[in-house]
Every structure is written in C-alpha cells, then in structure tokens.
Design a binder for this molecule. Structure first.
Ligand code: UP5
Ligand code: MG
Length: 192
C-alpha cells in the first residue's frame, strides 16, 4: 500500500466504549479491513514462539501501553496481509507518539471516530463482558488502570485530531443501533 491510495480511519474511545462492536458492523457494511490493535496484541501474546508474549501480557493486565514498535509492526503487517486499502484501526493510537509514528511510517488518518462514553457506563459494560470474555483485563483492578492510561495518554490524541478537524464525536452511551446509525451516515458521506 502507498499513502496515496490508502484510507485509514482511527476508531478511538475508552475501554468498553464499543469500538469493536461498531467496527465489526462498519467493516461488514462498507468493506473495511478491521484491525484492532488490542486483538493483534492478544494474538501475538498467544503465539508460542513470540518474543513479546510476557511483555504484552503484563502491559494488558496493567492497562499500560505496549511499546509502540511492537504494535505498529503488527498493524503494518496486518494491513499488508489484508490486501485492502480501506482500514478501520480500532484502539490505536493511544498516545501522541504512537500517532505521529504511524502517520510518518504508514499514513495519516482520513478521519478519527471518537466514541464518547462515561466511565460508569464503560465499567458496567466491561464487568458484564468480563463474566464470559476471558480477557485478563476485564476486572475492576485492571479497568481502573486502563481508564488512567486512557485519560493521561489518549486524551491528548483526541484533542489533537479535534484541532486538526478530523475528529467525529459520537455519543456511544446510547444503544448499539443508534450509535451505528451516526457512524453509518458519516461513513457513507466520506466513501461516496
Ligand atoms: N457494548 C458495546 N456497545 C454497546 C452499547 N452501545 N450499548 C450497550 N452495550 C454495548 O464493547 C464492550 C462491551 O460493551 C461488549 O460486551 C459489548 O457487547 C458492549 P466493545 O465493542 O468490545 O468495546 P471496545 O471499545 O472495543 O472495548 P475494549 O475492551 O476492547 O477496549 P480497550 O480499548 O480497553 O481494549 P483494546 O483491546 O483496544 O486494548 C487492550 C489493551 O491492549 C490496552 O489496555 C493496552 O494494554 C493494549 N494496547 C496497547 O498497548 N496498544 C495499542 O495500540 C492498543 C492496545
Ligand atoms: Mg475492543
């Protein structure tokens, strides 16, 4: 892929804001390749001969950001393998440096979808999901740490893209279908 023919949309929002849920539907309807940085990291962590398995596991449990060289390498690889040129990048970038690194070595995003949600709603969703997800970070202790990292490291990314007039904010405390209707409208517009 080259910068000229590649469309990237970053999908951001706090832990449990609904990034994965919305991206899955957008990918099905509009043909995006949906790449979740968290999912890619969890896959890498499961790989028997991964050099980063322990590091990734620790970071995820502690709600810390995995060193970006790992994540960006996984994302680039997955982008190449997808054969697509239309991407939803879910849960990335989580810090300003990750964002500028990606912009430099891959490409700048066309837009950033921001799923805005309050902590109480996100906590309820995550604890509920935690009963069946098997995710090592779906527990109260990790959830609190994830929120901290989000506020400290990811808020600046959201402000940055707001200032760049690239951010689309959607109230994601609402039911899934209502959130989706907003994202669908915006996506139709930019892809037409
Ligand atoms: N749900 C969703 N939408 C709903 C709605 N509108 N109404 C009611 N319920 C709704 O949804 C979460 C739950 O809520 C589900 O049960 C869903 O049915 C329900 P989901 O769509 O999964 O939300 P999502 O935002 O994707 O939540 P997720 O937990 O995946 O977000 P995180 O950002 O915490 O997790 P991620 O996988 O992106 O990252 C995990 C960790 O990986 C990070 O903490 C970090 O340690 C590491 N990481 C990095 O280091 N670098 C990266 O670049 C990315 C991740
Ligand atoms: Mg997710």
């Amino acid at each position: 892929f080259t910068k000229d023919n590649t469309t990237v949309i970053f999908v951001l929002g706090g832990p449990g804001s609904g990034k994965g849920t919305q991206c899955k539907r957008l990918a099905e309807e509009f043909g995006f390749a949906h790449l979740s940085a968290g999912d890619l990291l969890r896959e890498e962590q499961q790989r028997p001969d991964s050099a980063y398995a322990e590091l990734i596991e620790w970071c995820i449990r502690e709600g810390k950001i995995v060193p970006m060289v790992v994540t960006i390498t996984l994302l680039r690889e997955a982008m190449k393998q997808s054969g697509s040129n239309l991407f939803l990048i879910d849960g990335f970038p989580r810090s300003m440096t990750q964002g500028s690194e990606f912009e430099q070595y891959v490409c700048p995003p066309r837009l950033v979808y921001y799923l805005e949600c309050d902590e109480e709603t996100m906590t309820t969703r995550l604890l509920d999901r935690g009963r069946t997800s098997g995710r090592i970070d779906d527990n109260m202790k990790s959830i609190k740490k994830r929120f901290q990292t989000y506020v400290v490291s990811t808020y600046p990314v959201l402000s940055y893209y707001q200032n760049m007039h690239k951010r689309i904010t959607v109230d994601s405390t609402r039911p899934v279908d209502e959130v989706y209707a907003d994202l669908q409208r915006v996506t139709r517009k930019i892809l037409s």
